[in-house]
Structures are given as structure tokens and as C-alpha cells.
Design a protein around this ligand. Structure first.
Ligand code: AP5
Ligand code: MG
Length: 215
């Protein structure tokens, strides 16, 4: 299956992607995680992306689209993938369509995680992310690790992402409304959009998403 996850920052895309990718046996491809890996390895791509990310702005399309395409062309993604954080504007969505059409492929579904703004602000304020693997995500209240500051999955150090500051979160929400929300109509017009209410227990939301995909 080829699936796109959309939703505001803090909606739980990374949290859900980990479970959905495992259930569906497809790789979880997060452009945010790919950028953060490049930043921690101090690559040229990482150095280019960092200022945009810290401020909560989108990294320019010419950098992002090539990076996402390279990742989707890896052998483990040949039979499907779960995209988290890409596409994030209409021109990225159009580029993805062109990429898939060239290979005779298409998306199966776009899952829109729907959560109110005050909830995402609470989720982001308490989030802790693993330095070894950005897909290991915790929350000080909602999903606390067994040992404070230590990842349950791999023992890595938990940290607060640079774009969790109040200013960066406010900007990311603005960017989401102005640049990312238009892709919801874009996919609705293609008949691919499925809205998943994303308030409640993590497992319950995974179940809603799996039920929607199985329909
Ligand atoms: P990215 O890493 O994609 O960040 P984001 O979209 O802002 O989303 P987050 O990762 O902050 O939130 P999430 O929805 O994954 O929620 P999570 O599961 O962590 O992008 C970062 C930056 O990279 C962008 O700002 C941009 O600069 C750049 N970038 C990336 N892709 C790009 C692109 N395509 N084009 C251009 N630039 C791009 O959950 C949040 C918290 O809530 C956690 O603590 C979790 O434990 C908790 N939680 C989750 N589910 C629940 C629940 N059901 N109940 C209670 N708590 C919950
Ligand atoms: Mg995420």
C-alpha cells in the first residue's frame, strides 16, 4: 500500500506511523526524520535545512522533493510506503503524482489526522524524542518513558526538539494552515482522503486508521 499521513504538527503522525507501518509491513518515511538525521550527521543537506526547521518554516521544495524521491526509490519501498510529513504543499503533492505515474503507481489512501489546535499544543509541549531514532516518540504525561530521559525502545537519550519552542510551534501551525491544508482538498478531489478523528488513546486511533484502510 502507498499511504500519505497528513495532519497538523503534533497530531500524532509519527506516533501512528510507527504502528501502521509495522501492521502493514511497509517502511515509515518521515521527511522530518530524514532532515533531522542529516542535521545530526552534519551533511550539506542538514546544514541547509536546519534554519528553516528550527523556525518552523518549510524547507524549500527543490531540496525536499529530491530527498523524498531518493528515499522512495530504495528497495524496501518497492511494494509500498507510509509517508509522514510529505507532501506538505500542493507543489509537492503534484511532484509525488508525477513520480508515481512515471512508475505506473498510485496512492491508495491519504489519512488526515484531525485534532483541535489546543490539543496539539499540549501534545507538543510535553513531547520527548529519541536522539537515536526520531520515530521513538514519548510524552511526559500521555506516554511517559519507563525511565525519565531514556528511550524505552533503544535506550537512547530523549530530547526536546528545537522546533517545540512556543514561537516555532505558532509558526508551524500557521504554515500548516496556509501551505499544507490545501492538499486536503487536492486529495479529496482525487477521492483519496479519509478523515481519522485523532483524539483518544493511541491504539484506538491506530484501529480507526486500520479499519478505514481495510474498507
Ligand atoms: P515534522 O518532523 O514532520 O514535524 P510536524 O509535522 O510539525 O509534526 P511533528 O513531528 O511535530 O508531530 P507529529 O504529528 O509527528 O506528532 P507526534 O507523533 O510526534 O517536520 C519538522 C520540520 O521539517 C518542518 O517544520 C519543516 O521545516 C521540515 N519538513 C519536514 N517535511 C517537510 C516537507 N515535506 N517540506 C518542507 N519541509 C519539511 O506526537 C506529538 C506528541 O503527542 C508526542 O509526545 C506523542 O507522544 C503525543 N501523542 C501522540 N498521539 C497521542 C494521543 N492519541 N494522545 C495523547 N498524546 C499523543
Ligand atoms: Mg513527527
Amino acid at each position: 500500500m502507498r499511504i500519505v499521513l497528513v495532519g497538523p504538527p503534533g497530531a500524532g503522525k509519527g506516533t501512528q506511523a510507527a504502528f501502521l507501518a509495522k501492521n502493514l509491513s511497509i517502511p515509515h518515511i518521515s521527511t522530518g526524520d530524514l532532515f533531522r538525521a542529516n542535521i545530526s550527521q552534519n551533511t550539506e543537506l542538514g546544514r541547509r535545512a536546519k534554519a528553516y526547521m528550527d523556525a518552523g518554516d518549510l524547507v524549500p521544495d527543490e531540496v525536499t522533493i529530491d530527498m523524498a524521491k531518493d528515499r522512495m526509490e530504495q528497495p524496501d519501498a518497492a511494494n509500498g510506503f507510509l509517508l509522514d510529513g510529505f507532501p506538505r504543499n500542493v507543489s509537492q503533492a503534484e511532484a509525488l503524482d508525477v513520480m508515481l505515474q512515471a512508475e505506473g503507481m498510485k496512492l491508495d489512501a491519504v489519512l488526515d489526522l484531525e485534532v483541535e489546535e489546543d490539543e496539539v499544543v499540549k501534545r507538543l509541549a510535553g513531547r520527548r524524542t529519541c536522539r537515536n531514532d526520531g520515530s521513538h516518540v514519548f510524552h511526559v504525561v500521555y506516554a511517559p518513558p519507563k525511565t525519565e530521559g531514556v528511550c524505552d525502545v533503544c535506550g537512547g537519550e530523549l530530547y526536546v526538539r528545537e522546533d517545540q519552542s512556543e514561537d516555532a510551534v505558532r509558526n508551524r501551525l500557521d504554515v500548516y494552515h496556509t501551505q499544507t491544508e490545501p492538499i486536503i482538498d487536492y486529495y479529496k478531489a482525487q477521492g483519496l482522503l479519509v478523515t481519522i478523528p485523532a483524539l483518544g488513546e493511541v491504539q484506538e486511533i491506530t484501529k480507526r486508521a486500520m479499519d478505514a484502510l481495510n474498507k
